[in-house]
Ligand binder design. Structure first.
Ligand SMILES: Cc1ncc(COP(=O)(O)O)c(C=O)c1O
Length: 390
């Protein structure tokens, strides 16, 4: 009998998660003895700054008790201190902060509280290309996913004022992600101001996915956080995954409008999302230090230098991105925009990249390189790419 009787259509209709697919391809290549250059998943393998892992180890107690959804007082102080230091955000009564188990779960769960708000608004608007969980969370929450295709000629800025009036009236919330995965685009203050004015005029909640906020080119202005402009109807999703390389420990926080987050914290208590105390101890150290993050930026900067000019010379990359560790490249003409075919053929040579069709509902003809390999590995990969791209 078909399994469709056992599961609901939301789960049955899910496409394989792109990063799972990339991991499968990598495993298959390794099994054939092929050397693999993994530019696929955005999970760099830089060792975690030791004081963080030490604090995590020291935080493991022989007495195990349920942690609080609100986190340790010292963790809340570390979040506040970071927001003040990095973005000049003062956290008064208007802003609430909740620890998260990384951004992914927080992105997913917020939809459960927002779909149906304001008289039954069902739409969640989000950037395309973009993080796949914006869409899947809207679906699981019973909402309507509404992708907006970002355009290169508009610097990949999502402009909700271009949406139909009827769509806006049905929009519960809008996702923004600057610095943007996969294009590396950033947004300036005037854009954020315009966006926030629009959200206030139209009663739309701004969901700002800020997990790449600290991964930027040190020679340019650090990216902004919209909470530094207004906390009204604005939520910011922060993470230690990219900032401190803690993807495996699952740690982040959610900050913003306390009128939204106070009730949402009751929902989160039901979801069972409190952070284990030892992870909180490590997070305190991570949020209170900026030097280890700067060191990570230097590493990504060197990887950019090793690869960006080469890709630009070959005409697949337009410019060096100002932020993130991603390079959003155009598939060479001879592949007729077939990004999946391009990436599969490239994988056969040992280089794993993400095709745009796996990161987008509407955009084809691009591929994303995540700067995960070291500079030495990048040099080796360039020799392969040289043949492949010519
Ligand atoms: C845009 C974006 N949002 C959220 C996440 C999830 O990050 P986390 O590891 O904090 O769950 C990622 C991970 O790659 C991402 O690229």
């Amino acid at each position: 009998m078909s399994s469709t009787a056992l599961l609901n259509s939301r789960t049955e209709s899910l496409a394989p998660y792109p990063m799972e697919e990339l991991a499968r391809i990598k495993r298959e290549l390794l099994a054939t003895g092929q050397k693999v250059y993994n530019f696929g998943t955005g999970d760099p393998t830089i060792p975690v700054w030791e004081p963080i892992t030490e604090a995590i180890k020291d935080g493991v107690s022989t007495l195990s008790q349920y942690p609080s959804i609100h986190g340790l007082p010292e963790l809340r102080e570390a979040h506040k201190s970071y927001l003040k230091r990095r973005f000049g955000i003062e956290t008064g009564e208007d802003i609430m902060i909740l620890p998260t188990r990384g951004s992914k779960e927080a992105v997913f769960h917020i939809a459960l509280s927002l779909v149906g708000r304001a008289g039954g608004r069902k739409r969640i608007v989000y950037p395309d290309p973009g993080y796949p969980v914006y869409r899947s969370s809207a679906i699981f929450a019973g909402g309507t996913p509404h992708p907006v295709q970002l355009k290169e000629e508009e610097s990949y800025l999502l402009k909700p004022w271009q949406l139909d009036k009827e769509v806006v009236k049905d929009t519960a919330a809008l996702w923004l992600n600057y610095p943007h995965n996969p294009t590396g685009a950033i947004a300036d203050k005037s854009y954020w101001q315009e966006l926030i004015n629009w959200a206030h005029d139209n009663d739309v909640i701004i969901l700002s996915d800020d997990c790449y906020a600290d991964i930027y080119d040190d020679s340019s202005e650090p990216p902004l956080n919209p909470l530094s402009i207004s906390s009204d109807r604005v939520l910011s999703f922060m993470s230690l995954s990219k900032r401190s390389g803690l993807t495996g420990f699952r740690a982040g926080f959610l900050a913003g409008d306390s009128k939204i987050l106070k009730p949402h914290s009751k929902a989160r208590a039901n979801f069972g999302l409190a952070n284990p105390v030892h992870i909180q101890e490590g997070s305190i150290v991570a949020w209170n230090d900026d030097a280890h993050v700067k060191e990570r930026r230097v590493i990504f900067g060197k990887r950019m230098e090793a690869l960006v000019p080469f890709l630009m010379e070959r005409g697949v990359l337009k410019e060096k991105p100002k932020a993130t560790f991603y390079l959003w490249c155009k598939v060479p003409k001879k592949f007729n925009e077939n990004d999946i075919e391009f990436c599969l053929q490239l994988a056969k040579k040992g280089i794993i990249a993400s095709p745009s069709s796996w990161l987008s509902e509407n955009v084809s003809g691009y591929f994303r390189l995540a700067l995960v390999p070291s500079v030495d590995e990048i040099q080796e990969a360039k020799a392969i790419l040289k043949d492949f791209l010519s």
